[in-house]
Ligand binder design. Structure first.
Ligand code: 5GP
Ligand code: MG
Length: 186
C-alpha cells in the first residue's frame, strides 16, 4: 500500500502515477470521440472538486476546445448528500447551441448533483451533453446516471485529494486517499 505523509489519511486509494494513467486513458477516449467532424467541444469543469482533474485532462486533449465553469452545491459541510441541489455559479457562455458539452465531474455518488446539472444543461439548446467522471461510487447511487467516460469505480468510502475536499481541506493532496472516519466523526 502506498505511503501517506498526512495523518488524516487512512490509506492511499489512487497514487499520482495511477491518476496520471487514468487521466491519459480518458483523454484518449475523449479525443477519439470529439475528433469526429463537426464536433465543437466545450468542457464544463464542475467546481471546485474537478479543478485539478479538468486541468490535467484538458492538457492531454489535443483538439480545439473551450472550458467553462459551473458550481452546484448539495453537500453543505458534511459527507452525505442532501438532495437539495442549487446552482451557485452558472456558465459564462450563455448561447450553448453550437457546443458539444462534456461535463467533467470529480465523483459520482448518489447522482443528485449530476442529475440536476445534466437536466439543466439538456433543457438549454445544446448539440450534445456527455459526462466524464474521475471516480464512480455505484453502490451509493439513488438516481441512475449514464457515464460516458469513467476513470475508476470505487467502494463506498469518503475520499479526499486531487481536488476533492472535506470541509474545503485536502484538495491539494496529489493522490486520492481515504479519510480516517474519526476526522469526520464517522
Ligand atoms: P452526489 O450528488 O452524486 O451525491 O454527490 C456528488 C458530489 O458530492 C461530488 O461532486 C462531491 O463534491 C461530493 N462527494 C461525493 N462523494 C464524495 C467523497 O467520497 N469525497 C468527497 N470529498 N466528496 C464527495
Ligand atoms: Mg463536486
Amino acid at each position: 500500500m502506498a505511503e501517506t505523509n498526512n495523518n488524516a489519511i487512512k490509506s492511499v486509494l489512487l497514487t499520482e502515477k495511477q491518476l496520471d494513467e487514468i487521466v491519459t486513458r480518458l483523454a484518449g477516449e475523449i479525443e477519439a470521440h470529439y475528433s469526429a467532424p463537426g464536433k465543437n467541444l466545450l468542457m464544463i469543469c464542475v467546481l471546485k472538486g474537478s479543478l485539478i482533474f479538468t486541468a490535467d485532462l484538458m492538457r492531454k486533449i489535443n483538439l480545439p476546445m473551450k472550458v467553462d465553469f459551473m458550481q452546484a452545491s448539495s453537500y453543505g459541510s458534511g459527507t452525505v448528500s442532501c438532495g437539495n441541489v442549487k446552482i451557485r455559479l452558472d456558465l459564462k457562455e450563455k448561447d450553448l447551441s453550437q457546443y458539444d458539452i462534456l461535463v467533467v465531474e470529480d465523483i459520482l455518488d448518489s447522482g443528485n448533483t449530476l442529475s440536476f446539472l445534466l437536466n439543466y444543461l439538456k433543457e438549454r439548446a445544446v448539440r450534445s451533453v456527455k459526462l466524464c467522471v474521475l471516480l464512480n461510487k455505484p453502490e451509493r447511487r439513488k438516481i441512475p446516471i449514464e457515464v460516458d467516460f469513467e476513470g475508476a469505480k470505487i467502494a463506498d468510502e469518503f475520499v479526499v485529494g486531487y481536488g476533492l475536499d472535506y470541509n474545503e481541506q485536502y484538495r491539494n493532496l496529489p493522490y486520492v486517499g481515504i479519510l480516517k472516519p474519526e476526522v469526520y466523526g464517522g
